[in-house]
Design a protein around this ligand. Sequence first.
Ligand code: ZN
Length: 242
Amino acid sequence: MRALVISDIHANLAALDAVLETAPEHDAVWCLGDLVGYGPDPNECIERVASLENLTCLIGNHDQAALGLIPLSRFNRDAGEAVAWTQQMIEGENKAYLESLPSKVTLNNFTLAHGSPNQPIWEYILDPLSADRNFAAFESDFCIVGHSHLPLIFHRPFENSFAMSRPIQWDEAMVLTPRMILNPGSVGQPRDGDPRASFAILDDGETTWEMLRIDYDVKLVHSRIMKAGLPERHAQRLLAGW
Ligand code: ZN
């Protein structure tokens, strides 16, 4: 089985479509949450994701906020404004879809969570220290998370060793060895300084993980964010990839 692994789409339909159109062959899609928030196309993104075949999809913190399950006070001002805008725009059927999503699942040897296996909605795994806190929270060999919008790989080669950060090798299938925490980066709002959409292909037969980037029309999304009256900061961040 080859899974297209995507996360943090954030209502960026142009980025999502670019990924879906150009992703290498796959027979399943794993989506790690935050379908909405920040961007101008929440309904279209939910509908597009929900229509994908062999989909496993999680709920993220922005999806929960769009449902009113998290108070706006937990977000910074700009993010809170985008949450309020999304709450107004999102259609009933799409709300129901988000409500139906789990926050964590285990598929064979892979545990999936939006933030971390410890705290699936809110915790960020950003460094070996936060990775170490989470290795005890999943039993499978591998855990895949999103939320930070950063492509990251942490490896703990022995049960009691410390986690090490592994460099990303773009466009190359890396053989996975137990145990690892992997983050495919963000489709719709990358924050590693590269504005291109980030995603991964997981091959569970070969046990490989390939990280990929794809260009899309960032300027178009910038102008759509501005036209929607969403905070300008979110549009600017897309251009810079921060
Ligand atoms: Zn996010």
